[in-house]
Design a protein around this ligand. Structure first.
Ligand code: DX5
Ligand code: ZN
Length: 219
């Protein structure tokens, strides 16, 4: 598949959210990446349903919702109602991951699993066939603008190897510290979706920054 770009709304200007959403609508971006943080699973609180509903009102592309929250099962229906196309839960936050993924799919959403930098790929061995998307965290979740962890390349390759023959359609998303300096190498290693917060919103021309990531050719 051609790679997708998912700008992270966490880095947008919340006082000008409509403007930034329109920018993404009109850009070459594919998804809106939405970071939900509860102050428990991660040491930060981002935003909740009122803001998400405001985003959903204006967004014209799929919402890729990344839940950095404990006990996500309680809120899956609410995220669906607020427009989520993809719901990604953290492996580290789910005691009954198989059940959670089933519930996400039953809502008609893509079911994603995010793993922290310290979590090995092989814990996904017995669930890989039930996952639509794996989000490899390339920073410790909680904040935008952090430095990319280089070990992520090895995890992309290991994940692609693990999925081969069991889930050839698996979408591999990379989240954290992604930008023009590493995007092409990540795609060559096997990534399909690049999340970019700081690299887009701190750029002089965010729309151009998105185009530059989108137009990379990894063939
Ligand atoms: C981190 C979030 C990321 C973050 C990425 O916890 O999951 O989506 O917004 O931001 P950058 O691209 O600035 O690292
Ligand atoms: Zn994220």
């Amino acid at each position: 598949m051609n790679h997708l770009i998912a700008p992270s709304v966490l880095s947008a200007d919340f006082a000008n959210l409509e403007r930034d959403i329109i920018m993404i609508n009109q850009s070459e971006a594919d998804w809106f990446h939405i970071d939900i943080m509860d102050g428990v699973f991660v040491p930060n609180i981002s935003f909740g349903f009122p803001v998400l509903n405001a985003i959903n009102k204006h967004a014209k592309k799929p919402l890729d919702v990344h839940l950095m929250i404990v006990d996500p099962d309680r809120y899956l229906q609410d995220f669906k109602n607020s427009g989520a196309a993809n719901i990604t839960v953290h492996y580290e936050a789910c005691t009954h991951l198989h059940r959670t993924l089933r519930a996400i799919k039953d809502l008609g959403c893509r079911a994603g699993v995010a793993i922290n930098p310290h979590t090995p790929i092989n814990v996904l061995e017995d669930i890989i066939q039930d996952i639509d998307l794996v989000c490899l965290m390339s920073v410790n979740p909680g904040f935008g603008g952090q430095q990319f962890i280089e070990h992520t390349y090895k995890k992309i390759k290991a994940l692609r190897y693990l999925a081969t023959g069991r889930n050839n359609e698996l979408i591999i998303e990379i989240d954290g510290g992604v930008g023009p300096q590493n995007a092409l190498a990540l795609l060559k290693a096997g990534a399909n979706v690049l999340v970019a917060g700081n690299a887009v919103f701190a750029a002089e021309d965010p729309s151009l920054a998105i185009s530059e990531l989108k137009r990379l050719n990894s063939d």
